[in-house]
Every structure is written in structure tokens, then in C-alpha cells.
Design a protein around this ligand. Structure first.
Ligand SMILES: [Zn+2]
Length: 432
């Protein structure tokens, strides 16, 4: 099919009048015709205003690569709004989350995930990293198929039409030298070797790996997970709470980042999620190893985690990606601008991140951290995962077709409910 875009974010920046040829869900040609330009956003959604040749479909607005949501716990979506009643802390929120986790069956897990992923699709997200640790039955006994819960997520992603990286998570202990408690028996495989065996039995190219956190996998077993995850994306929650750092230091004499470095867990295939409370040495370790860091600003502020050193991590060599974690909000526009806004509040200075840098975090860098290097750019050979932002909504009108408008003015509600070329290729991993 031929798709004529009014405006598109290409590697050269925002261009006008861009013609794409798409075959089987892949971009075959990109041509900038530049026949028309409008820097003002006051355009109508009347397709006829875009000059096009016979056989072309047109798309008004500013088209971006589809977003990558790199950190999701789909079932947390059930908590939205409900955990805001009365006062509470991170730990009372966690109690409510555990109560939901205790009830879920493969069927309800599927339904929640399908609806959460459908919400993501409607907001322009085309790939998601699901941090999955709800493996077993409520008493800890494996299901007949020990990967039944993970397969429910894969089926949910298929139905919603989103590309999934299932980050199968090793979660063995409640804390340093503390066995799993309560609902956590659903999470634990017993030891890291048993976790690796279960994951190996999965036999699906969408499966990746995760370490829940340094408190959930004993120090001597971290290497087993790292070894089993070789060549796959490996994600890990890191230093979200000060209490986690203190417990880690008391138990091992190391910070969580140092402990991961000792286990060989850092590197370009690894993503440290949150990375909020870090020492200078931690930042150096994450940067020098070219580890990705996934910030989840709307969740981090909801849980009062703190503001992580995003820019310092970037400057040290780490790559920023974004996620919506607890799904208190699913809106990648809000995640992008929150990175900059939080740093402004913390530093009393503006201008930490450019709009293009934040868009890279939400698109190409995110897809790459999930192992999808063929998504996140509108260029030849990439997947035709496209997200078009309306420039005529009450929010975006008069803002202009620019990266800044998208990052600092638009919201998830401005994403056009367009068809997605080659949607059927979205959840599979075919070759171009
Ligand atoms: Zn998380």
C-alpha cells in the first residue's frame, strides 16, 4: 500500500508530505515530496486537503514511529484509582497489589492483560515489555502447563494486536535471606535453575528474562539467571526505594547496582527499571556498561519513589527508555514530558532534555531494549508501526507540526484511531 503522511518524524527531523510504500507490514520506500507545508497545526482531518495520487491512502497529522512501553505489569491496571483512597504508602499500595495477585486465574489474567494492551494500542503503543512473575497457582503449585500464565499474556497480546516481549521474571525470595511470603509463593520457582528450566520449556521467540530485584534473587543465584538470559533482553527493578538500598548494603556490603555488576548482569541487553536512588559509582557502572534505564515517571510519582538522575545516567553512557509500570496512567506523551518536568522541579532549571531525545526514548531506544531493533524508526527496512498524532484537537491546534508539540502539548487522547498497516505482523517475529 502507499501511504501519504501529512507530516512524519524521520531521522532528518519532522518532514512534510512523506510517501511510504508498505508491504506486509514493512516499510519498503520512504520519499519526502514536500509538496505542501503548514507549520501551523490548524488543519482539518479532511483527507481531501492532502494532495495525493490514485491508489494512495492519506494520513493527516504528525506521524511518529509506534511507541515502546518497556515496563508493564498488566494486572496492576486493576488498581487504577482504587489505591488512591485515604492515605497510604508504597508498602500499603503493595498490599493492595498482592490482594489482586492472589485472586488471578489464567482466565482473569488474560482478560486484564488483553484490555490493558488494548488501551496501550489505542494510545499509540505498538510494543510492550511485560515484567511477568505471577507464574504459579495460589498455593505455589505449578499449573499443569507451568507456563500457563505466561501463555495467557501472549494470547492477550495477540488479541490486542501489540508486540510483546514477555520478560519472564525470576522471583525467589521476599527479601535478603527471607523465603517468599503469602502470595509470593505464586512467584517463586524455588531456585534459579528451576526458573531457567521453566523458561527454556517456553519455546516462543517472544520470551525474554528478568530479575525481579536484588532482594528477590539470592546473590549466588544471580549469575544463573544472567547465564540463562544470554542473548536475550534482561530487565531488573533497580533501587526504586531507599529501603531496598539499605537492606542490600546491610546484607552484602554492596549497592544493588554493584551487586548486579558483580554478577555480570549489566550491559547493552540489560534494562534497569526505575534506577531512582543511585550513587555516583552506580551511575558510572550503568553508564560504562551501556545499560538501558527504564524510567516510569507517572508510576514513580504515584508511588512517591523519588526522581531518578535521568540526565546524568544518559551523560554517563546509559540509554533512556520509558514504561508505564503500574498503569496508574497509560500515556507515553505524559511519560516523555514528565522526565523533563521532574528534573526541572528538582533542579529549578529548564532544558535537560530535548523533545527529540525524549521521542527517541519512547520509540527506537525502547524497542531496541526489548530486542526489537527493526522497529521505532520510519525508514526503509523497519516495521510499519506508525502512530499519528492529531494536530487539530483542542490541545494540539495552533501548536505546529513539531517534536515539541508532540512531547509538550499532546496527550494519549490525540492519537488518531488509524488503522495500522500490516497489523497482523505486529505480534510475530517474521523476517522482512
Ligand atoms: Zn515494575
Amino acid at each position: 500500500m502507499k501511504l501519504r503522511l501529512e507530516h512524519a518524524l524521520l531521522e532528518s527531523g519532522v518532514e512534510s508530505d512523506v510517501l511510504l510504500e508498505i508491504e506486509g507490514g514493512w516499510i519498503k520506500t520512504v520519499r519526502v515530496d514536500g509538496q505542501f507545508r503548514s507549520w501551523m497545526g490548524d488543519v482539518s482531518v479532511d483527507n481531501d486537503r492532502i494532495p495525493r495520487s490514485t491508489g494512495e491512502t492519506s494520513s493527516p497529522g504528525l506521524t511518529l514511529p509506534g511507541f515502546a512501553n518497556c515496563h508493564s505489569h498488566a494486572f496492576h491496571r486493576a488498581l487504577r484509582g482504587r489505591t488512591q483512597a485515604e492515605r497510604g504508602s508504597f508498602w500499603t499500595w503493595r498490599e493492595q497489589m498482592y490482594a489482586v495477585a492472589a485472586e488471578l486465574t489464567p482466565d482473569t489474567y488474560f482478560e486484564l492483560a488483553r484490555d490493558t494492551y488494548a488501551e496501550m494500542r489505542a494510545t499509540g503503543i505498538t510494543a510492550v515489555g511485560e515484567f511477568h512473575y505471577l507464574h504459579h497457582q495460589p498455593d505455589g503449585t505449578p499449573y499443569d502447563d507451568p507456563n500457563e500464565m505466561g501463555k495467557a499474556l501472549l494470547a492477550a497480546a495477540d488479541e490486542a494486536g501489540i508486540r510483546l516481549r514477555l520478560l519472564d521474571t525470576c522471583y525467589l525470595t521476599s527479601g535478603f535471606s527471607r523465603p517468599p511470603e503469602g502470595v509470593q509463593v505464586r512467584y517463586s520457582d524455588g531456585d534459579a535453575h528451576a526458573w531457567a528450566e521453566r523458561v527454556a520449556a517456553f519455546d516462543d521467540p517472544r520470551v525474554g528474562a528478568a530479575i525481579h530485584s536484588v532482594r528477590a534473587v539470592p546473590r549466588e543465584q544471580l549469575k544463573v539467571v544472567v547465564e540463562a538470559a544470554k542473548g536475550l533482553p534482561l530487565h531488573v527493578h533497580l533501587s526504586e526505594q531507599v529501603a531496598e538500598n539499605q537492606a542490600c548494603l546491610a546484607a552484602t556490603g554492596l549497592t544493588p547496582t554493584q551487586l548486579l555488576a558483580e554478577a555480570g548482569a549489566l550491559g547493552p541487553l540489560t534494562t534497569a527499571v526505575h534506577a531512582t536512588h543511585l550513587t555516583d559509582e552506580d551511575i558510572r557502572l550503568l553508564g560504562e556498561s551501556a545499560t538501558n534505564v527504564c524510567f516510569c515517571p507517572t508510576t514513580e510519582r504515584d508511588l512517591a519513589d523519588g526522581i531518578g538522575p535521568a540526565r546524568r545516567l544518559h551523560d554517563a553512557g546509559a540509554t533512556l527508555t520509558l514504561g508505564s509500570d503500574s498503569h496508574a496512567v497509560i500515556d507515553m506523551f505524559e511519560e516523555m514530558r514528565a522526565v523533563e518536568m521532574h528534573e526541572r522541579l528538582a533542579s529549578q532549571q529548564r532544558g535537560h532534555w530535548s523533545a527529540l531525545e525524549l521521542l527517541a526514548a519512547a520509540t527506537y531506544d525502547g524497542h531496541r531494549s526489548l530486542g526489537f531493533e527493526d522497529a521505532g524508526r520510519i525508514e526503509v527496512g523497519q516495521r510499519a508501526d506508525l502512530t499519528t498524532v492529531r494536530l487539530d484537537s483542542v490541545r494540539t491546534r495552533y501548536t505546529g507540526a513539531s517534536a515539541e508539540s508532540v512531547v509538550f502539548a499532546a496527550t494519549a487522547a490525540d492519537v488518531c484511531p488509524t488503522t495500522r498497516p500490516g497489523a497482523s505482523s505486529g505480534t510475530r517475529l517474521e523476517e522482512p
